[in-house]
Design a protein around this ligand. Structure first.
Ligand code: AMP
Length: 218
């Protein structure tokens, strides 16, 4: 199964992806995580990407397309995969279609996470993330049991540098301007499935499983 999780920052894509990995047995390909790893590793791609990410802007299409193209050829993607944060532009969506088509594959579903803007801002303003395993927390609604320490892996839990109020506003505006046309692209092809992404993690997960037909692992 090949899925794309689609939605603005803070809509819960990453959290749901973690649950879907277990349920479906396919890897999560988060372009944001890949870029953050490149920054951590100090690669030239990471240095270039950081300039865009710090401003809440999109990293150029050719960088992102190349990154995904090589990632989906890895052995762990042979049974399918879940794209998280890609495609974010119509150029990326078209490139994805071509690369899948030439491999005899197709994108099964694009799940669009629907959350209102005020709720997104409040989620992002309080968001905390484990910099080791990527688990997500919230200062008020879901703090880690021990301050600053991940419940799952004991890694350091911190704020993402691009979760500051002004960058958050930019990221939401960028999403609306560049990424909304991607939803329209998939909608026109009848491949977009709207997921009401407000409510508890469990409720959202159930809605997703229903939308994709509750495919079991394996
Ligand atoms: P995310 O973790 O998905 O919110 O991504 C963090 C940042 O990485 C974004 O604000 C962009 O600067 C960059 N980024 C991640 N995925 C993409 C993509 N598909 N296209 C362009 N930029 C991206």
């Amino acid at each position: 199964m090949i899925l794309a999780l689609f939605g603005p920052p803070g809509s819960g894509k990453g959290t749901q992806a973690k649950a879907l990995i277990k349920a479906l047995g396919i890897p999560q390909l988060s372009t944001g995580d890949m870029l953050r790893e490149s920054i951590k590793a100090g690669t030239s791609l990471g240095k270039k990407a950081k300039e865009y990410m710090d401003l809440g802007k999109l990293v150029p299409d050719e960088v992102m397309i190349g990154m995904i193209q090589s990632r989906i050829q890895s052995a762990d993607c042979s049974k399918g995969f879940m794209l998280d944060g890609f495609p974010r532009t119509v150029a990326q969506a078209s490139a994805l279609d071509s690369m899948l088509q030439s491999a005899g594959l197709k994108l099964d579903s694009v799940l669009s996470f629907e959350v209102n803007r005020a709720e997104l801002i409040s989620r992002l303003a309080g968001r905390l993330v484990c910099s080791n395993c990527g688990a997500s927390y919230h200062e008020q609604s879901k703090p880690p049991k021990k301050d600053g320490i991940c419940d799952l892996c004991n890694g350091p839990v911190m704020k993402r540098p691009d979760d500051t109020p002004s960058v958050v506003e930019n990221r939401l505006d960028t999403f609306l301007a560049s990424t909304k046309p991607v939803a329209d692209f998939y909608q026109a092809q009848g491949r977009l499935k709207l997921i009401q992404a407000e409510g508890s993690e469990g409720q959202v997960f159930e809605r997703i499983m229903k939308a994709i037909g509750g495919a079991p692992k394996g």
